[in-house]
Write a new protein. Structure first.
Length: 169
């Protein structure tokens, strides 16, 4: 189930880089607000990573990294979520997601459920190890693997559908 799509690697000298990053940050602000309407929706659905994955995969690591860093910061400043204590781990995971997704897009030059599954598992595994080291708890560091499986599936399947159908060009 591989799909060839046009993938980009935008630079910081292009205004499109900042435009796309801003759009994905807005998406990463709106989706968590919707998910927080459901009890434990943020912890279960992991919505703040969704548009980071899409931005990095489709438009490259620069768009991804801008989205990864700005999304949690803007969300925290405007809505108080994620909480301050969660910010370091979330920023590490978001940044890893941006770099790994952009690398996979460049390496494979197409999008598939399998590739996105690999991207999500890679950033979650490495990010969970880093988060465990930051907070001093392996159990808390790996909580996404205990309660965030629906969110990981949303990233893989929703990300694939979004890139394949909505971002064809």
């Amino acid at each position: 189930m591989q799909t060839n799509v046009r993938l980009y690697s935008l630079t910081y000298s292009e205004s499109r880089t900042f435009l796309f990053a801003a759009l994905f940050v807005i998406g990463n602000m709106a989706l968590p607000q919707l998910c927080h309407l459901v009890p434990n929706g943020g912890l279960t659905l992991l919505p703040i990573y969704f548009f980071t994955l899409i931005g990095a995969y489709k438009y490259g690591w620069r768009v991804g990294l801008l989205t990864a860093i700005l999304s949690p910061i803007v969300n925290h400043l405007l809505f108080g979520m994620p909480p301050s204590a969660a910010m370091p781990g979330l920023l590490v995971k978001s940044s890893l997601l941006a770099v790994i997704a952009a690398y996979a897009a460049r390496r494979f030059s197409n999008v598939s459920v399998g590739i996105l599954l690999g991207v999500v598992l890679a950033y979650q595994l490495v990010g969970s190890l880093a988060e465990s080291a930051l907070i001093g708890s392996l159990v808390k560091g790996f909580q996404d693997f205990r309660i965030g499986i629906p969110g990981m599936l949303l990233q893989v399947l929703g990300g694939w559908a979004f890139i394949k159908f909505l971002l064809k060009k």
